[in-house]
Design a protein around this ligand. Structure first.
Ligand SMILES: CC1(C)c2ccccc2-c2ccc(C[C@@H](CC(=O)O)C(=O)C(=O)O)cc21
Ligand SMILES: [Zn+2]
Length: 323
């Protein structure tokens, strides 16, 4: 396929299948979306009006806007929840927030040299951005994306994040609790997705840890002693390019990387709340079991009044009795 080659992908020791690629008007798209199955959608023209959003254009029209920028000492940007950092916790994140105005971000990207800290901008798109950006934003193909929202009975659109990553940046494996339509505007991103059924192979941090929802496994150097089931994890791989839209079902784990030597990537995601009326049928779906596990961890932490007690009690319940 034009535009990228295998040498730009990071090497992981993971079994990978392919994700279906369909045209936006193919009826199979709606059935995959409604069944929470990932699909790469071509030809939707969701963001075709903003393909001009490159660093120069965005610098010109977002120049003095202060944006959320993450700085990392390595290529990984592992998201963490500040609210879950407790005073007596020694938590040393690799990436940290460093708000800066857009022109400064663009300059740091242009002057970046090997060994420098890496940057990743993720900025909520709303009407506080410049008039020009807002007028571009309204030209997304809202009719199409809203028709998907309606067909799949998703909840409300909660946010659009404008994401500007340096080549080679990685967002490590994690899951989100919302439906996600992910659009690439410039550059290529490689996604490795895992269904909720792979939960036990990916060892997400405890719910009360700042790294809640993130896998504990370092894909660059997996600890097969601590995480033996990671050896048998089965993922799905897809490369998302300009104008492509990838549906990332809620509770599906995803690792995302901007291809090496591919320049900056510009993307926008569309996060929708899960549908409110989810009919309960048995056997339960795997993502519904993830919700139950999260609730058990939350309820135990609440009842014990100490998140650090949760593991001990779960072990007491299970070890020697359910194993
Ligand atoms: C890592 C980063 C920059 C971040 C830091 C701190 C708080 C939030 C986030 C955040 C949220 C979404 C993404 C986009 C995408 C991953 C990707 O495209 O890299 C993804 O996972 C999704 O769309 O669900 C990336 C980030
Ligand atoms: Zn995500």
């Amino acid at each position: 396929m034009a535009g990228w080659n295998e040498s730009q992908l990071r090497k992981y020791n993971i079994k990978l299948e392919k994700i279906p690629t369909l045209q936006y008007d193919d009826p199979k798209v709606d059935s995959l979306l409604s069944n929470n199955k990932p699909v790469l959608i071509k030809g939707s023209k969701l963001v075709s009006q903003v393909l001009k959003w490159d660093l120069d254009y965005l610098t010109e029209h977002m120049n003095s806007i202060c944006c959320n920028v993450l700085v990392s000492k390595n290529h990984k940007f592992k998201y963490y929840d500040q609210k879950k950092i407790t005073p007596n916790m020694t938590f040393k994140p690799i990436s940290r927030p460093s708000p800066m105005i857009f022109s400064e971000f663009a300059k740091k990207i242009k002057d970046w040299k090997k060994g420098d800290s890496r940057l990743y901008m993720q900025q909520v798109l709303n009407n506080s951005i410049s008039q020009r950006i807002v007028s571009d934003f309204v030209m997304f193909n809202w009719d199409w994306i809203m028709s998907k929202q309606k067909t799949c009975k998703w909840g409300s659109l909660t946010s659009n994040l404008l994401l500007i990553a340096q080549e080679g940046n990685v967002t490590p494996c994690h899951y989100d609790e919302q439906q996600n339509m992910f659009a690439c505007i410039r550059g290529y991103k490689r996604f490795i997705l895992f269904p909720p059924s792979e939960f036990e192979c990916l060892y997400p941090h405890p719910v009360h840890h700042p790294y809640d929802r993130q896998s504990q496994v370092d894909f660059d150097n997996p600890d097969y002693i601590k995480f033996p089931k990671f050896k048998k994890a089965c993922g799905y791989e897809v490369i998302v390019g300009p104008e492509d839209v990838l549906y990332i079902p809620m509770y599906w784990f995803h690792h995302v990387e901007s291809l090496m030597h591919g320049g900056c990537t510009v993307s926008v995601n569309f996060w929708f709340k899960a549908g409110s009326v989810e009919k309960i049928e048995y056997p339960l779906l795997d993502h519904q079991k993830m919700v139950i596990m999260r609730n058990v961890e939350k309820m135990l932490a609440e009842a014990l009044h100490d998140p650090n007690e949760v593991g001990n009690m779960l072990n007491t319940i299970v070890l020697g009795r359910y194993t």
